[in-house]
Structure formats: C-alpha cells, structure tokens
Design a protein around this ligand. Structure first.
Ligand SMILES: [Zn+2]
Length: 105
C-alpha cells in the first residue's frame, strides 16, 4: 500500500465515522416525545416537552456554558422564530381553501 492509499483509506474511514456521528445526532434530536411532567413556566402538571436552552454562568470571572433541559407545556413552549409560520390573513386562508377544494374536484 502506498502512502497515498493509506492516506485516502484513513480519510474515507474518518468521513464515514463523521457521517455516522452526524446521523446519530440528527436522530437523537428530531423526535420530541411529550411526557407527563410539571411545566417550568406555569407549574401545571400536564404533558410537557423537553426544551434545551443554553445557559451561561459567570462564576469568579470565568464564563461557563451549559445546556439545560427544561420542560414546558404546549402553551408555554418557547418557539424558535424561524419555526413560526407567518400568520395568514383571512383572505389568504380563503384563497388556500378555495385552492384546496379545486384540487379535490
Ligand atoms: Zn406551561
């Protein structure tokens, strides 16, 4: 095996490992199962969703970063701005419904 072959074999193995790692991360992050618990905000016992928030602590002048998992009910769950669909006007809703009906005919 030449140095080049050894080098590319090592590289592709690393690439595969990275791919597997990112796939595993994606899998771990997507399903968010609601669980029964106490909402962090309104303290109601209901179905809550885990929410990961980043926290920055400053102790003795040194900042430390950590991810804290909090649980919120559907009403209090903080939404990411980019996940929020822009509110549709009545006219837009009517147009959408009309379009959907047309599609069915
Ligand atoms: Zn709540």
């Amino acid at each position: 095996m030449s140095d080049f072959e050894r080098y590319s074999a090592k590289n592709s193995a690393m690439g595969r490992a990275w791919e597997m790692d990112s796939k595993a991360k994606k899998k771990a992050e997507t399903p968010r199962e609601p669980v029964v618990g106490i909402c962090e905000k309104c303290k109601k016992e209901t179905q809550v969703m885990p929410f990961r928030s980043r926290q920055t602590d400053r102790t003795d002048g040194a900042a430390s970063f950590g991810v804290v998992v909090k649980h919120y009910c559907a009403d209090c769950f903080p939404r990411k701005k980019r996940d929020e669909a822009p509110a549709l006007s009545d006219k837009q809703v009517k147009n959408l419904l009309r379009g959907a009906r047309k599609g069915l005919l």
